[in-house]
Design a protein. Structure first.
Length: 147
């Protein structure tokens, strides 16, 4: 069965749907008001982009793109994805791959030379999707520092 998902840039009216989806998929407890505050604070930043996929008026897919311009020739401008997700009951319909196509076009329009993402180790099916799309797993470690 073909699922007709409409992809678009998110606006403030979609924050509740994004938060509900990410809270479900990533077992988070993000607060709506705080998410809306942050979204509104950065909505005019052309390098902070929220993509959603909707089906029958519901947000069923989401990712956030952060465009990172640099002054370094070899690094160029690149993009980092986070919170790449599809509502569980809609998986296996290639929705993530379709969303990644949208992301790739957005990144091309921002003259990015590469696209990076990080994914938690337990998200094995997501890793398979990323590899099928053409991502390679770098020989690198992801480091964090709580501040």
């Amino acid at each position: 069965m073909e699922i007709n998902v409409k992809f678009s840039l998110a606006d403030a009216s979609k924050i509740r749907g994004i938060v509900d989806l990410c809270n479900e998929v990533f077992e988070e407890d993000t607060d709506y008001e705080e998410a809306l505050r942050i979204f509104n604070e950065y909505k005019s930043d052309r390098n902070q982009i929220y993509i959603i996929g909707e089906f029958e008026g519901r947000v069923i897919a989401h990712t956030r793109i952060a465009i990172v311009p640099t002054m370094f020739k070899d690094m160029g401008t690149f993009a980092i994805l986070n919170h790449v997700c599809v509502k569980p009951e809609f998986r296996k319909h290639h929705i993530a791959s379709k969303m990644l196509e949208v992301v790739r076009e957005v990144c091309r329009n921002h003259e990015c030379t590469s696209l990076k993402l990080w994914s938690r180790n337990f998200r094995i099916p997501a890793h398979s999707c990323y590899k099928k799309f053409g991502f390679t797993q770098d020989d690198a470690a992801f480091f964090s520092l709580d501040i």
